[in-house]
Design a protein around this ligand. Structure first.
Ligand code: SF4
Ligand code: SF4
Ligand code: SF4
Length: 497
């Protein structure tokens, strides 16, 4: 909690509102339940509580500041940031919270650029129109409900982050579907806060990725520094990898150079082709995770197990996971396991399937799941390679109805919220397309080159190259917009992007 030397009446008012906040009250009231659950130590509990208090306090300070006028705009946000010496992105993230909590109304005003056919580049941010509602926060119904509402509306991506932060361990994600133990839930709303499918402040995610204080439109594949086509030179990885083996090579290098102690990813469970989360402990474990898995896996649900010991962590995951992690980083609540994440390694993802749907695809292709050696999506087709050497294929459009419903409302093909994104679209067979997005990603990739671990060329020198990747990413965005519009028209819950 910040110490104040001269406590003003305004400050006292902000503190009073903060103490009345649903989330703070829930954390204070359930202290014993949280400690009994054993996920956080007492020290970690207090750190989390005070950090949440500081964040809520700042949010209500912004709320009271905005309430001094009937309406505000982007300049008001800049002034508040300057007055309080905080980053503009921080203020924008608080504005987003106030908007989602129905305490203010925010309209984004865009300018349209004439004569440009690219829908994403056709609009540029001009200003905000921020209207105060002059309501008392305690009289507005809290939005911080458990994520059960997300599960029930079929928009949960199954990323597992909610279960990975729940302070009393009352969430379970299995086979991509979540379950809540209502008798144990303390209604702290932490799960709702971090979930990528409640609300996602996309502008702030993009600004953070670019380390920019300007609100800009981004390309169809998100902000990036450079794009390459690459493949591993490590023989043990090359022998078993799906494409170019770059994800495994990144982990190999990070373990070798002691930049990480652990990594999170997906491996096959004892049931054929049903993946499960794995905490990768060393270089040998990396080989357990190779190969693309199209069945949903709640990788982030194991974060709760990693609070106890300080560690340096890399997370390998699909775009929805990267979104949840970057959102949590922006709001910077003191969850120890989240603080330990040093590298976000994103993989491309078009859609995922439930295990039952994967078995149906096997049925369509007349193959026993035990005989499947490798799966792939390429050139609009789903491939299964069998142990006996057969290559079986079905057009994606014939099985797309089997994909998870929530993947319809996913706009992100290339893990735009990662430090480095890796996939196959855009590169020739046996190579990966690698998108460098942040300085962390850039340093990691430079390390692979300097240590002679990979072959690398600019994507402009690879076929089919960036145009195919951009085209595929655009078609995923369009599909997402269509499905979200449908949900809006039918007045069904949809994520606030
Ligand atoms: S999207 Fe992720 S965080 Fe949100 S409810 Fe589903 S599993 Fe939990
Ligand atoms: S389910 Fe959500 S609201 Fe309930 S205790 Fe866990 S994190 Fe808090
Ligand atoms: S399509 Fe999107 S929501 Fe579905 S698994 Fe992939 S990243 Fe997650």
């Amino acid at each position: 909690m910040s110490s104040e030397s001269n406590i003003s009446w305004e400050t006292l008012k902000d503190v009073a509102v903060t103490l009345d906040s649903y989330r703070i009250r829930a954390l204070i009231d359930a202290k014993q339940e949280i400690l009994d659950a054993g996920i956080y130590s007492e020290k970690q509990y207090y750190k989390l509580l005070f950090k949440m208090f500081d964040e809520e306090h700042l949010k209500y300070r912004l709320f009271n500041y905005l309430n001094q006028h009937n309406s505000n705009n982007f300049d008001s946000i800049k002034q508040f940031s300057k007055k309080n010496s905080i980053d503009i992105r921080k203020t924008l993230s608080l504005l987003e919270l106030l908007k989602n909590e129905n305490l203010i109304i925010v309209n984004k005003i865009n300018d349209t650029i004439e004569g440009n056919n690219d829908a994403i580049k056709a609009t540029v941010f001009k200003d905000f129109d921020i209207q105060s509602r002059f309501v008392k926060p305690s009289e507005v119904k809290s939005i911080y409900e458990p994520v059960k509402a997300v599960f029930e509306s079929n928009i949960c991506s199954g990323c597992g982050l909610c279960a990975g932060v729940c302070p009393v361990n009352c969430l379970n994600i299995y086979n991509g579907f979540g379950k809540l133990d209502e008798d144990v839930c303390i209604k702290c709303g932490m799960c709702y806060f971090v979930c990528p499918r409640t609300y996602l402040p996309i502008d702030i995610l993009n600004m953070t990725q670019e380390n920019s204080s300007e609100i800009k439109s981004v390309s169809t594949i998100g902000h990036y520094i450079e794009v390459y086509s690459a493949r591993t030179k490590i023989e043990s990885i090359a022998k078993v990898c799906q494409d170019g083996g770059i994800t495994s090579t990144c982990l190999h290098y990070l373990f070798d150079t002691n930049q990480i102690d652990l990594a999170l990813g997906a491996k096959m469970s004892g049931t054929p082709w049903r993946p499960e989360p794995i905490v990768i402990q060393n270089k040998d474990d990396i080989l357990l995770t190779t190969g693309t898995k199209y069945v949903n896996n709640p990788t982030l649900s194991v974060l709760n197990d990693l609070n106890k010991n300080p560690t340096k962590l890399a997370v390998v995951g699909v775009p929805c996971m990267m979104q949840g992690l970057l959102k949590s980083k922006i709001y910077n609540i003191d969850i120890p396991a989240l603080n330990q994440i040093k590298f976000r390694i994103g993989i491309f993802c078009m859609e995922s399937f439930s295990y039952e749907s994967f078995l149906k695809i096997c049925e369509v292709l007349k193959v026993n799941v035990k005989d499947v050696r490798k799966t792939d999506i390429n050139k609009g087709k789903f491939f299964i390679y069998t142990n006996s050497g057969d290559e079986l294929t079905v057009p994606i459009k014939e099985i797309t109805h089997l994909a998870r419903e929530d993947c319809d409302i996913c706009f992100d093909l290339t893990s735009e919220a990662a430090d480095i994104s890796i996939g196959s679209i855009g590169s020739p067979s046996g190579w990966n397309t690698v998108i460098i997005r942040t300085q962390i990603g850039k340093d990691l990739y430079s390390g692979l080159i300097e240590n002679d671990l990979i072959e690398s060329k600019k994507i402009k020198d690879a076929k089919p190259g960036l145009p195919l990747l951009e085209k595929t990413a655009k078609s995923k965005r369009n599909k997402c917009t269509k499905h979200i519009d449908k949900k809006k028209n039918e007045k069904i819950r949809y994520p606030q992007y």
